[in-house]
Design a protein around this ligand. Structure first.
Ligand SMILES: Nc1ncnc2c1ncn2[C@@H]1O[C@H](COP(=O)(O)OP(=O)(O)O)[C@@H](O)[C@H]1O
Ligand SMILES: [Mg+2]
Length: 323
């Protein structure tokens, strides 16, 4: 999986590997002297759904933002469909990002725009399509995600699940080859998570795009992902097919995927990570969730459950106007 580090020089392309639409090679990301990601390498298979799991605060959002060129790593390279994204001119990053859709944790909708205007926004900003063409596309994607009847409403007037679906419809309007999901289950109750997972699978079949999900919810990604990766303590401890990962024989991976309190990872380690990142102690995860905090925050407004998103300078409007 890991390739020659010589290929991390911008402008040099990796050996052609048509099966990998994203190739992550030796990514190290630090904030000050805190190393969040250390030498992360793996290939994301084209046309499949891959999920990277890890407890809260392990660097999943940082990984996603690095892969899409919103954060610059200290070392390493990311190839999107063969093109390097680290250290290349902004114009090139924007060109590559046209192949990408992102569903951020909260849907990242504009609060003052109704759902129709939110979903049509990328088309208005980035294409020369006529009003009728835009309308047809928006209605088509809204239909696909089951939102048709609510397009005149403001984000604040609909449920968290609907906001997610609107965010998904918006991520789809430019027909991306790759769709990223940051904790698609956040802020939803288990029934709505199951419903959203079904929708993710339907949309995956419909679009044949590559889906890349980051999550702490093992039960959820078992329903959607063909490939699983695991981040723990700055490292990628494994990436492979769901079957291979489930039967890996590697104690740390099996413990994570089973959500077991017994194993090489002490609950103290998980709890310590929770305390550092959220200022609250977590209980041992026994529910298939790596990070039980989200279970406690289900019914709150989603904006209160996003310390990570708020901390990374992730301004949704910057994303939209910048891409
Ligand atoms: N912009 C930033 N500046 C400093 N530290 C950051 C920044 N963004 C993230 N971090 C830190 O990186 C670590 C990983 O964060 P994040 O990727 O959001 O975790 P996850 O998504 O896995 O919950 C956390 O310790 C967080 O505090
Ligand atoms: Mg996150």
């Amino acid at each position: 999986m890991a390739r020659d580090r010589a290929q991390t020089i911008p402008g040099q392309r990796p050996a052609p590997d048509s099966d990998a639409i994203i190739s992550i090679q030796g990514i190290t990301k630090r904030f000050g002297n805190h190393t969040v990601l250390q030498d992360i390498s793996f290939d994301v298979p084209r046309g499949k759904t891959s999920a990277v799991l890890g407890p809260s605060g392990t660097g999943k959002s940082v990984l996603l933002k690095t892969v899409i060129g919103l954060l610059r790593p200290e070392a390493g390279q990311v190839y999107i469909d063969g093109d390097p994204i680290v250290g290349v001119p902004e114009k090139e990053v924007l060109r590559i990002r046209r192949k990408i859709g992102v569903l951020f944790q909260d849907g990242a909708l504009f609060g003052s725009m109704n759902l129709f205007d939110n979903i049509s926004f990328p088309l208005v900003e980035h294409t020369n399509k006529t009003d009728k063409e835009i309308r047809d596309i928006v209605l088509g994607k809204s239909e696909l995600v089951g939102l048709g009847a609510h397009l005149h409403k403001l984000p604040g007037e609909v449920s968290g699940g609907m906001r997610k679906r609107a965010g998904l419809a918006r991520a789809l309007v430019l027909e991306p080859q790759i769709l990223f999901f940051d904790e698609p289950d956040s802020g939803l109750d288990p029934v709505r998570v199951a419903y959203l997972d079904q929708l993710i699978n339907t949309v995956h079949e419909e679009t044949a795009a590559t889906f890349f999900i980051i999550s702490h919810n093992i039960e959820s990604v078992r329903r959607t992902a063909h490939y699983l990766g695991l981040l723990f303590q700055s490292k990628l401890v494994g990436f492979g097919s769901k079957e291979a990962m489930t039967n890996s024989g590697v104690p740390v991976i099996e413990q994570f995927l089973a959500g077991r309190p017994e194993g090489p990872i002490s609950m103290d380690e998980m709890a310590d990570a929770e305390i550092v990142d959220h200022g609250i102690a977590a209980e041992a995860p026994e529910t298939g969730q790596l990070e039980p905090v989200s279970m406690a925050t289900q019914d709150r407004d989603e904006t209160t459950t996003m310390p990570a998103a708020a901390g990374v300078g992730q301004d949704p409007s910057a994303w939209h106007t910048g891409s």
